[in-house]
Design a protein around this ligand. Structure first.
Ligand code: MSP
Length: 659
């Protein structure tokens, strides 16, 4: 029998800035759902990628002095870029699409032409505001105080020839799709779409631009590039081979089972995307799920203050699985949640170190201590079960069904909640049975003790199977520790109590989830973030050269001389100043004060030949006179100002003029 197919996608990410923990949340959630479907034995296609066109990228590349392609290549493929991040986070995508991939670009041109040929794209005029010096078009709402958001100058009314997509034509059909089917989830997002966007009247959508070039060119009308959302949304089908020969999976996987997207882009996925597909005559995806945002103090994540939101730092510090788990366990998937480093540490300590970690380490340690590491045959059954035996067994046996219901409703947080109810029940079961008391008389209680141990291992095994989509690597280790072979790590065996051999041989291994010291960890995170910030700074930064010229005669008025340091000392009560006594060749000592105490010790400068300008008017500093100025070279290195005195060849006599 053919395996059931499951096609799931994440949004494709803008490689305009570094990805933060909010982006990671979306991808980890999709990954956990994809892994869940694989665990069930389905044929899964999981797609993610990057959305690389548009004015924003073009502008950022210009700012960085590189081409747009170079700019996106670095963020997508470079060190600690998007690909590295998904590898680190153990994301199991089957395919990765970049909208700059040539097969996608060619497919977009064909899709655009198809929409045009069937009459749904027409040429019109895009009306907006124009900033002449910046050569930029803006909409009214993009302006800041009515002025250009880039340079702050006045803008003028302008028109640009553009293509439009007949979105209005599909308004009724889309409203019906949203209101009368389960296409858009959670249900709460439906009213938002219908009331805010459809009922006020859907306008036709501007789908080409001529004011910038970093996009897919409209091949039948040079000068126009395809609107970035038409380009981006189509990735879900071009990545399967729609209108291209790169892949051949369109018939197999389309329509998608679900597009997982953040709430702010639900509009594009539940209105524009279905309308495009209707126009192309292609089936619609089965579901769009709009998840909430991770916020910082109720605000946007990009404005991070105080909390570390860099997923690299967090994963390196706490472990990839702990981070994946935290994201899925803590925030109900359909709504917003407040992220904080404290909450992350608390969750690790409570759920992973205390509840799950302790259950595993206590159980495996006790099997080692009381049974030499192997349970006796027959311990899986017990003639007269206690009420707590039956309760634990019933909870663990019924767990898979509850978990499945939650996962199928895109509620991974609920699925994890069910798993942790069983883990907590199992910990209570240890206390109820007091194995340490039973162990005092092994002859009388040995059999009972073995049965208790078996029940604990079996409950843990079932939980571990269901935790695998969230923490794949740690669960692999956990299975080894409890002695669960491949055959009892399967989806089927998660619903069958007693799948674990009753002669299982668990071994107490490494501590899977060490407890985190809150204060120490917060301090270390701050330091790591500071170091990362510094590492991202340019190695060398130079003062820009002055463009204003100085005429030669004026320049010649500056008297630069070689001077020899006869004595040098710190100026009392000043952290900055050094006082130099200099031989300037005149026979009379010259005194110069210089604010370089942070860079040099006085004694290391005595005897050196330096460069000074000697005809500046004398100046008093800290009550002492300074007659001239020593010349130094300055630059910035990793954000820190560096200063080097200009040192001359000691063969140059004091007083020699520099010209
Ligand atoms: N390029 C578009 C998507 C095109 S899909 C055809 C885009 N990219 S994005 O990089 O800005 O965002 C990618 C995803 O990350 C979106 O689903 C967005 O909601 C999600 N998140 C960005 N910040 C987030 C949080 N703070 N919290 C949760 N998800 C967040 O939009």
């Amino acid at each position: 029998m053919d395996k059931q197919k499951f096609y799931i996608t994440t949004p494709i990410y803008y490689p305009s800035d570094k990805l933060h923990i909010g982006h990671t949340y979306c991808t980890v959630a999709t990954d956990a759902i994809a892994r869940y479907h694989r665990l069930r034995g389905e044929d899964v296609m999981f797609l993610t990628g990057t959305d690389e066109h548009g004015q924003k990228i073009e502008d950022k590349a210009k700012e960085a002095g590189v081409t747009p392609q170079e700019f996106v290549d670095k963020i997508v493929c470079g060190e600690r870029g998007v690909l590295d991040l998904w590898k680190l986070m153990n994301i199991s995508n089957d395919r990765f699409i970049r909208t700059t991939d040539s097969y996608h670009v060619a497919a977009i041109q064909r899709i655009f032409k198809k929409l045009y040929d069937n009459g749904d794209i027409y040429k019109g005029t895009y009306k907006g505001k124009y900033c002449k010096p910046c050569e930029s078009f803006w909409t009214e709402s993009q302006l800041v105080d009515g002025k250009c958001p880039d340079c702050g100058r006045e803008v003028q009314d302008a028109e640009e020839e553009a293509y439009f997509f007949r979105l209005s034509k599909y308004a009724d059909k889309i409203q019906d799709l949203l209101e009368n089917t389960d296409f858009l989830q959670p249900r709460s997002r439906v009213n938002e779409m219908v009331n805010n966007f459809i009922k006020p009247g859907l306008e036709d959508l501007c789908v080409s631009r001529t004011s910038f070039t970093w996009g897919v060119p409209v091949d039948f009308d040079p000068g126009h590039v395809v609107y970035v959302w038409v380009d981006a949304l189509s990735n879900y089908i071009t990545a399967l081979g729609y209108e291209n020969d790169q892949y051949d999976d369109y018939a197999k996987y389309w329509p998608a089972d679900v597009h997982i997207v953040g709430k702010e882009i639900v509009r594009f996925h539940s209105i524009i995307w279905p309308a495009m597909l209707m126009s192309l005559g292609e089936p619609l995806p089965k579901h769009v799920f709009g998840h909430g945002w991770l916020l910082l103090d109720g605000g946007k994540m990009s404005k991070s203050k105080g909390n570390v939101v860099d997923p690299y730092i967090l994963a390196e510090h706490f472990g990839v699985d702990a981070l994946r788990f935290f994201l899925m366990r803590t925030f109900p998937f359909g709504t917003d949640g407040n992220f904080s480093n404290e909450l992350l540490i608390q969750t690790i300590n409570t759920d992973l170190a205390n509840d799950l970690g302790n259950l595993v380490s206590r159980t495996t340690a006790m099997v080692g201590k009381y049974f030499g590491g192997r349970l006796p045959e027959g311990c899986g059954s017990w003639d007269a079960p206690e009420s707590f035996d039956t309760e634990l067994i019933a909870m663990a046996s019924g767990l898979r069904a509850k978990y499945e219901e939650a996962m199928d409703a895109y509620a991974p947080h609920k699925a994890l909640d069910e798993v942790f109810k069983v883990i907590q029940r199992a910990n209570k079961y240890i206390d109820e049975n007091a194995p340490w008391a039973l162990a005092k008389d092994m002859e009388a209680n040995g059999k009972r003790l073995a049965h208790v141990m078996y029940n604990l291992l079996e409950a843990t095994r079932i939980c571990a199977i269901l935790l695998t989509p969230f923490m794949p690597e740690s669960m692999d280790k956990l299975f080894q520790q409890i002695g669960a072979g491949e055959d009892c790590r399967t989806w089927d065996s998660a619903a069958v109590w007693g799948s674990l051999s009753d002669t299982a041989a668990p071994t107490k291994g490494e501590n899977l989830f060490p407890r985190v010291d809150m204060d120490k960890a917060l301090q270390e995170l701050e330091e790591a973030a500071e170091a990362a910030k510094k590492a991202a700074l340019p190695d060398i930064e130079l003062e820009p050269q002055l463009t204003e010229t100085v005429d030669f005669d004026t320049f010649c008025k500056s008297d630069f001389r070689a001077v020899k340091v006869k004595a040098c000392e710190n100026v009392k009560k000043s952290a900055k100043l050094l006082k130099f006594t200099l031989d300037d060749g005149t026979g009379t000592d010259r005194q110069i004060l210089s604010g370089i105490a942070a860079y040099y010790k006085p004694e290391e400068l005595v005897g050196k030949t330096l460069l000074a300008i000697v005809n500046l008017p004398p100046r008093k500093m800290m009550g002492q006179e300074s007659c001239g100025m020593l010349i130094s070279a300055v630059h910035t290195e990793k954000g820190e100002e560096k200063l080097n005195l200009i040192m001359l060849d000691d063969r140059i006599p004091a007083g020699a003029k520099m010209c």
